[in-house]
Design a protein around this ligand. Sequence first.
Ligand code: ZN
Length: 439
Amino acid sequence: MSIPFVLTGITVVTGDAIGTVHENWTVGVNAAGLIDYAGPSAQAEIPPGSLRIDGTGKYLTPGLINAHAHLFADGKPLPRIYTHPRAARSLTWFMHTQAGRMLLRKRAKDNAITQLHTGVTTLRTVGDVAYEVIATRDAIERAEYLGPRILPSGPLMAITGGHGAPQIALICDDPQQARANTRTNIRHGANTIKISATGGVTDATKIGYAGKPEMPEASMRAICEEAHNAGVLVAAHAQSPEGLRAALRAGADTIEHGSSMNDEIVDLFKNNPASLRGTSSLIPTLQVCLPLVKLDPAVTGADDVIRANAELVLTEMLSGIRSAIEHGITIGVGNDSAISYVTHANFWRELDLLQRYAGVDAATLLHAATQVNATILGLDTVTGSIEPGKTADLVMLGANPLESFRHLAAPQMVVVRGERITEPEITRIPAIDAQLDTL
Ligand SMILES: [Zn+2]
């Protein structure tokens, strides 16, 4: 049970598709952590004994939802040595020792809390080392500490030598293995299943490798069938048209990162009988490639292969976003936190970059990061908007985020499930922020 409170005289930035803003509203939160009133202050009946918080001059948005997160690292760029196969093998070995598991649990907790304090009240992981994020989710649900709502994936599904393997993957080299691994993750309590349909930037050893199709459609179909049987959504990392097509045909519910699209791909997004709900969505993640393309290689340490692949992926991703908007494909938001240059304090930057580099308008983006993400993740009756009956997941700001997403960087208060964080403490990495500020 939380302490009931009312926020009075606040400007509510609803997060709807057209950027509706209500001035001088009151929002009431009951002991169950639910919103029980959201409307004009003049008509508000404030229950006696409620804690009153003056919201004059402040702005309130729904809690943000990060649909593509990882929690296993802090976002500091990894030296190239770590991605060398031998280093990767010993790191993977260590992470599965007792000490490694404890370290991962601590990182997952700390990073989830950092995201919460920046206003991310719900996040979905799409590639964990093992089941450390599932344990973190369970600890939060047992109220051991205050954290965001988490939908964890457990390790992702990849082919031998594929994207994310071996560090954060279970190996699926045929449909039978794919089916068994999907069941294993679901039995461990995964809320989502992640597939590596294509290669990625970080593991590319040749120019043009990022986006190369990896997992065959038959294995991906086996994964989707098993997951959907259990009511679990499937996210597919896919960075080329061939990869998108195979993943969508197999039944992927969300395409992560994305690429340019032809008519067949557009149609598959909009009408995908193999998906859980009949349509699929796109979750772009500009933060994962823009810094590698735009920042000085002397600073990032990115070699020619990484830079060329990052550039390829960026061009494809921007094209995919344009097609999605043109054809009315649902777009969510994620930022690939934990990957190099994506710190846990920087979800707001994804919105900022999508606005400036992909030309998406602010209202559409805030909507995507709240209501649309909630719908994509199947949480639309729970969170994503400021309405009576929804969980009180809220962010209070000193300025209107629709004017600049930078205003989201330092919330004045975050509310998750009705619990207030009145002095958010955000762990930042100033050296990285200084570089990202130049983008
Ligand atoms: Zn990712």
